[in-house]
Ligand binder design. Structure first.
Ligand code: SF4
Ligand code: SF4
Ligand code: SF4
Ligand code: FES
Length: 630
């Protein structure tokens, strides 16, 4: 049970004690305990470290710290050893004894556990030298690696709750709002609305009660930034909400989090309990006369509940459907009271702004987009994971310097930013700066930070169809443009990918997209045409090839492609026949070609078109590039 912290003096004394205790350790082994690493069995690795440190008599000198996500989840289980900064990836419980005796005790690097840079093929020993990390500007995510999410003392040791203490003791609500306004912080959840302005609107609305909400309903496929912050550093979100509550005069806050995020719910729940025990939540916080508490609300997984008015309905126990705006939630939100809603990443930025200063924050980024942004970088890219970069960085830097480029040396085709209703941007946009306004100008959006990279084997019509399918399933059906328009766009795209697109299809998609964009009730419908309109703008030739030539240039749309064997490249290895689920890949009676010569005993293969279901397994299996798609 956390000890009660009666006032600010005691808070500072506890911070000093926590720091001194941590200085007592000679080394720290920070092992990721995030959801991604759980899938790789990190808990067994952590247990093995605990047992091994005890066995080798190091438990007092070496701290084992279970942390949240380090962002490079595909390398799990992973750990960083401080202060040497040695970074080990894909570690298993079997590696642990050697790590303790060789690296922790003897200071030697175990080569096989170091990260190999796919570009240079060289081993990288230190975390700070790994290109994926080196080219980022990690503020929020740096903290993730420095704290155990359930350890309040860890958070205090990195300066935690100093922002809240300043807000509660030294600043008037107006001062806090002015600081947030001056920092230039904009909402990281999608809309990019200026945070300080939102707080100001809420605070200026006459009411006896106001509420604070943290939107943790992260629904974009492939995105998990907010989950990782909540899992890894829940005290930062709590602290941000305390600051916001003081600024607008709220006594209660809600965190609306997806039920599919059990670890985030667990860690946040544990942090709230600890904060309450310590007197950092509840009545008369730090004897300042200010009271505030937080309730966790679990969402059922509807994408539309990420929209703020839908979220409000859901918290109130109503069907999670959006409502018309105005009035905005800052004017009339939860139970009709003024309510500030910001997402996890936005709240987590607030304590840093209070403690490091609004000028420091405003010093990063572009004219109208300040600070850093966390992106979930996925798709056809060498390094996938969570990346934190300053606003204004170019897409090229993210894709190539941090992401390590496209696997297999293939060609970059597009990047979709902003989640399922973001636009797809072509290669010509790679040097554009990433900020709220530039992305919107290009026909995409920041959204909450999804970023999907696509290579030359991606069909852009198929991509637009995929996202329209997702959005039509997630449309709540309350308003006609979205309920009818999105499924119609999906159906037209389906026809095109099936080779049945009419000559009018492109014009119809354009008109329908613009109508749905302009006439929908909420942002889900309003932004849903982005994948269609952006691909029509930048990849129109692909639409035309599908409609006029009945051809899918990327070789993806099954109705428009055929697989066949290039016979003089076929070595007769039989790999295609072994993986083919329908026995469509078969040996012919003709000789195969091995190193340029005909080989009588090995037989060239062919594909029986009537049996082929176009699954693509053979092309993946063929090591000789002997199968083509046309
Ligand atoms: S735009 Fe779509 S999701 Fe939003 S209210 Fe209308 S039907 Fe529902
Ligand atoms: S996998 Fe390729 S090389 Fe081997 S038999 Fe099939 S087509 Fe020929
Ligand atoms: S595409 Fe699939 S079904 Fe067709 S031949 Fe290849 S493995 Fe068989
Ligand atoms: S969950 Fe371990 S690095 Fe992301």
């Amino acid at each position: 049970m956390a000890k009660l912290i009666p006032d600010v003096k005691a808070l500072e004394a506890l911070r000093k004690k926590s720091l001194d205790e941590r200085k007592g350790y000679k080394q720290v082994i920070a092992v990721c305990g995030g959801t991604g690493c759980h899938a790789y069995g990190c808990m067994k690795v952590i247990e093995a470290f605990r047992a091994e440190l005890a066995k080798q008599g190091l438990a007092k000198d070496v701290r084992l710290r279970t942390t949240g996500c380090h962002g490079f989840c595909e390398m799990g289980s992973l750990c960083i050893i401080h202060p040497s900064d040695i970074f080990y990836v894909k570690i298993t419980p079997e590696d642990v004894a050697e790590v303790v005796s060789e690296t922790v005790k003897a200071g030697k690097v175990i080569d096989r556990l170091c990260y190999t840079d796919p570009a240079s093929k060289k081993k990288v020993v230190k975390a700070a030298e790994v290109p994926f990390y080196k080219n980022q500007h990690r503020l929020l995510f740096a903290q993730n690696g420095m704290v155990d999410p359930k350890d309040l003392d860890d958070y205090l040791a990195i300066g935690g709750f100093s922002g809240a203490a300043a807000a509660l003791c030294d600043l008037k609500p107006r001062d806090i709002i002015d600081k947030i306004k001056a920092s230039g912080l904009r909402g990281r959840g999608g809309g990019g609305f200026p945070t300080g302005r939102k707080w100001e609107i809420c605070a200026s609305h006459e009411s006896d009660v106001r509420y604070i909400v943290c939107n943790a309903d992260e629904g974009d496929p492939g995105a998990y930034m907010d989950r990782s912050i909540l899992e890894g550093n829940p005290f930062a979100v709590i602290e941000g909400m305390i600051v916001g509550a003081k600024a607008i005069g709220a006594a209660h806050g809600y965190v609306y989090v997806r039920n599919e995020y059990p670890l985030a719910v667990e860690n946040l729940g544990a942090a709230i309990v600890k904060a309450r025990e310590a007197g950092l939540l509840g009545e008369d916080i730090l004897k300042t006369g200010f009271s505030f508490d937080i309730t966790i609300n679990r969402g059922g997984g509807a994408f539309v509940c990420g929209e703020e008015t839908g979220l409000i309905s859901s918290v109130m126990g109503l069907t999670g459907e959006p409502n018309p705006k105005p009035p905005y939630p800052a004017q009339r939100g939860l139970w009709g009271k003024p309510t500030v809603i910001n997402n996890v990443e936005t709240w987590a930025n607030v304590p840093m702004i209070l403690s490091k200063g609004e000028k420091w924050f405003a010093g990063m980024g572009t004219a109208n987009s300040k600070g850093t942004k966390v992106f979930s970088l996925v798709g056809k890219i060498n390094n996938t994971g969570l990346v934190e970069v300053p606003m204004g960085i170019t897409l090229r830097k993210i894709v190539y310097d941090i992401g390590g480029g496209i696997p297999g040396g293939r060609k970059f085709k597009a990047v979709q930013t902003g989640g399922p209703s973001g636009g797809c941007l072509p290669e010509s946009m790679l040097d554009s700066p990433v900020d709220f306004d530039e992305l919107t100008k290009m026909g995409s959006m920041m959204g909450s930070g999804g970023m999907i990279v696509m290579d030359d084997r991606t069909c852009m019509v198929d991509v637009a169809h995929y996202f329209m399918k997702f959005l039509s399933e997630e449309s709540c059906g309350k308003c006609v443009p979205c309920r009818e328009g999105v499924p119609r766009m999906k159906a037209i795209l389906e026809d095109i990918t099936n080779g049945k697109g009419s000559d009018e299809a492109i014009a119809l998609l354009q008109e329908l997209g613009e109508t749905v964009r302009d006439a929908s009730l909420c942002a889900l419908g309003g932004t849903s045409p982005n994948p269609v309109l952006s691909t029509l703008k930048y990849f129109r030739d692909e639409y035309e090839a599908h409609i006029r030539d009945k051809r899918c240039p990327a070789g993806v749309c099954k109705a428009l492609i055929n697989y066949s064997v290039i016979e003089d490249r076929c070595t007769g290895c039989g790999a295609c026949a072994r993986v083919c689920p329908t026995q469509a890949a078969v040996a012919t009676g003709r000789p195969a070609t091995v190193k340029g010569k005909k080989h009588d005993k090995l037989k060239a293969h062919e594909i029986v078109q009537e049996k082929c279901i176009k699954c693509g397994a053979c092309i993946e299996a063929c090591k000789f590039d002997a199968i083509k798609v046309e």
